[in-house]
Design a protein around this ligand. Structure first.
Ligand SMILES: [Zn+2]
Length: 360
């Protein structure tokens, strides 16, 4: 895990952990990941190629998705985010928009009186805004020249600048807007140099306060660790709980792979505990059918099924059958319980506490 952490990003680590490896020694095989059988088909190759083609020529909707992705990632105060959201949605009360809605008589900017007051004018082209941007490190001329709306500008900015600069950009915009409103209402606005410094220090203070809060950080880490899946194993005989185990498992898997991994882990565990079994019940029909079919497919799912077959041969006469989810309540309560613990829990010859409520 430490070598994964030092070499890969979190998002890739999750994917690497999601590759279920066989616990037995095997020759490596090439698997076509885009088919459940693991075998290449022209159809799945065509679908994948079409997806790549779409990525090369992003559609309007994917551009918009990218824009919102940048937007939600920004580490900025919520009032700045709300302001930015309104600007992107063309919802700021500027004269040009108010006139279109028959709320204002004129679209002319009442501060400079030289142009219509659009959102772009108010935030970039009006006299004070221009001075602020000139005093900043942001080179906006080309972006503004190529854009007709604020949304275009923000999209180009989010493509051009790193997130940190985009956050500064957002806070400067918000300060320009706030000072404009003050000026409208007769309050003397801050000089443009002061506005720039106060916008950036406002952002700096906000980000420092978030970093200093361990609770926030811990929540983030927890959220980033998702999706974490959980394994469960249970062995019973004559209606008595002989042994039960509940275990969290890192990584993100397809449901059938998850069920297969849970079964594989249970068999390994039972073997290590020297516990005999005669029947295995699972609510995964895919696992049962996959084991019965003994197919030559080579997907990750089939690789785990292959391990299960080998492990099952250590329990002579063992049979596996499918039961409906509702009949497998014990296992599901244990799986749910595993969500709340971060280590393996084992109960021997006792009713596991999470099951007390349904057994008693
Ligand atoms: Zn103006």
């Amino acid at each position: 895990m430490s070598s994964l952490k030092s070499n890969f990003l979190d998002i890739d680590i999750d994917k690497i952990l999601s590759v279920p490896l066989s616990t037995f020694s095997h020759d490596d095989k090439i698997i076509w990941h885009h088919e459940t059988t693991g075998i290449y088909t022209v159809k799945s190759g065509y679908i994948l190629a079409s997806k790549f083609a779409d990525q090369e020529a992003p559609s309007v909707s994917s551009l918009s998705t990218q824009l919102w992705k940048h937007f939600w990632k920004l580490n900025i105060p919520s009032k700045v985010r709300i302001f930015l959201w309104k600007a992107v949605q063309e919802c700021l009360p500027v004269a040009a928009i108010l006139q279109q809605r028959h709320i204002a008589a004129s679209a002319i900017c009442s501060l400079c009186r030289s142009n219509n007051e659009s959102i772009v004018h108010a935030l970039f082209l009006c006299k004070r805004a221009k001075k602020v941007w000139r005093g900043s490190s942001f080179l906006l001329d080309r972006i503004i020249h190529e854009s007709s709306t604020f949304k275009d500008i923000f999209f180009k900015a989010s493509e051009t600048w790193p997130q940190q600069e985009l956050e500064q950009f957002a806070c400067i915009l918000w300060s320009i807007w706030t000072e404009r409103n003050k000026e409208y209402h007769g309050t003397k606005p801050k000089p443009h140099e002061v506005l720039l410094v106060s916008a950036l220090s406002y952002l700096g203070e906000f980000q420092a306060s978030r970093q200093a809060s361990p609770t926030n950080l811990r929540n983030e880490v927890h959220r980033n660790n998702e999706p974490t899946r959980f394994l469960v194993a249970q062995s019973s005989s004559d209606g008595q709980v002989v042994a039960a185990m509940s275990k969290p498992h890192p990584g993100c898997f397809k449901p059938e792979v998850m069920e297969a991994l849970a079964l594989r882990y249970s068999l390994q565990w039972l073997q290590s505990m020297n516990l005999p079994i005669h029947y295995i019940e699972t609510d995964s029909l895919l696992v049962v059918k996959g084991l019965q079919a003994r197919s030559l497919n080579v997907s990750d799912f089939h690789s785990v099924l292959h391990d299960i077959s080998i492990l099952m041969s250590n329990f002579p006469g063992v049979q596996i059958s499918h039961v409906f989810r509702s009949a497998n309540t014990f296992a599901h309560i244990l799986a749910k319980y595993a969500l709340s613990v971060d280590k393996e829990c084992v109960w021997m010859e006792e009713i596991p506490p999470p099951l007390m409520t349904i057994v008693l």
